[in-house]
Design a protein around this ligand. Structure first.
Ligand SMILES: C[S@@+](CC[C@H](N)C(=O)[O-])C[C@H]1O[C@@H](n2cnc3c(N)ncnc32)[C@H](O)[C@@H]1O
Length: 288
């Protein structure tokens, strides 16, 4: 099967007891084994159906028009906003295959001219569905994904594919202009690289980008030396004047003048500046 999806492994990541029911707490314990460097995510962990980031403000700072971007797939919102704001090309990656599923569902709806109400309705429906192949939006999901993904979803029946942000609401909507721009600028499914951050550099070989969007990913990397290693690896994929959207964790560490932040800053200060933007509530790494 394509992408080495291993349904047995996937089930191990979710199983909590004999009946295969889902428990987040135990799941997190299991996923630690699957992804020893990060706390909460694994190859099959549920994907958020919406971002909780200040994407409008972040885009105004990034100005992605005409730029080449690499973005965490996550909820699919970061790649979609980059496209809406005119990015020339967006590659995506994520450790979890389920991020690809939610991203493909969104791009399908945009390319098939769903109205905003239906778009939101489907997202609300799938984010809580215990079985996405047996929910009201089943037909949308089935049409949106590739054959391999559909086979995967069948294998994952009864496992959670999606999850919602803490208050259960869809946190980040495009406004009407952004929604139209998404429809115009998204050309179809994004190229998805199913990869842990630590293997990503090897997977994109000599590709270079103007923007690398890692926001809310590094916070799941525990060791400072690992954060520095990821940033140094990503440096080799940045064009001159490139930017990495770093994180909210680094930002709160910076505000607290935490030793971990100082260490990261020290390690990269010969090639980059870390800049915190209050309106976007996000930290950006800019090449010197
Ligand atoms: C909190 S979500 C935020 C994603 C994105 N910023 C958004 O708002 O949609 C974190 C994402 O990072 C991914 N992730 C976590 N650890 C990772 C790792 N080590 N390598 C690649 N992706 C990872 C998760 O699967 C998840 O999709």
């Amino acid at each position: 099967m394509l992408y080495d999806i291993n349904i047995d492994d996937a089930r191990v990541g979710y199983r909590t007891d004999g009946d295969g029911s889902f428990s987040r707490v135990l799941f997190v314990e299991k996923s630690r084994k699957l992804n020893p460097r990060g706390a909460a995510f694994s190859s099959y962990s549920p994907a958020y159906v919406s971002s909780n980031e200040q994407l409008q403000s972040i885009m105004q700072i990034l100005k992605p028009a005409g730029k080449n971007c690499l973005a965490i797939a996550g909820s699919g919102d970061a790649p979609l906003f980059l496209s809406a704001y005119g990015a020339q090309h967006v590659d995506t990656f994520d450790i979890s295959y389920n991020a690809r599923v939610v991203m493909d569902v969104k791009t399908y709806m945009l390319k098939n001219n769903f109205c905003f109400y239906d778009y939101v309705h489907v997202l609300r429906d799938i984010q809580t569905a215990p079985d996405v192949l047996n929910c009201l939006s089943r037909d949308v999901v089935v049409r949106a994904v590739t054959h391999d993904t559909l086979e995967y979803l069948h294998g994952m029946r009864k496992c959670r594919i999606f999850m919602h942000t803490s208050n259960g609401e869809i946190a980040c909507f495009p406004d009407s202009t952004e929604f139209v721009a998404m429809k115009q600028n998204v050309s179809g499914r994004y190229n998805f690289i199913w990869s842990d951050l630590f293997d990503l550099s090897g997977r994109i070989t000599d590709k270079k980008y103007d923007i690398i969007y890692l926001s809310n990913v590094l916070q799941y990397v525990n060791a400072t030396s690992d954060i520095v290693a990821v940033l140094n690896n990503m440096r080799t994929h940045l064009n001159a004047n490139g930017v990495i959207v770093v994180d909210s964790l680094l930002q709160s560490l910076a505000l607290a003048r935490h030793a971990k932040y100082k260490l990261v800053e020290q390690e990269i200060c010969n090639w980059a500046n870390l800049i915190y933007d209050k309106s976007a509530m996000t930290m950006f790494l800019k090449i010197r």
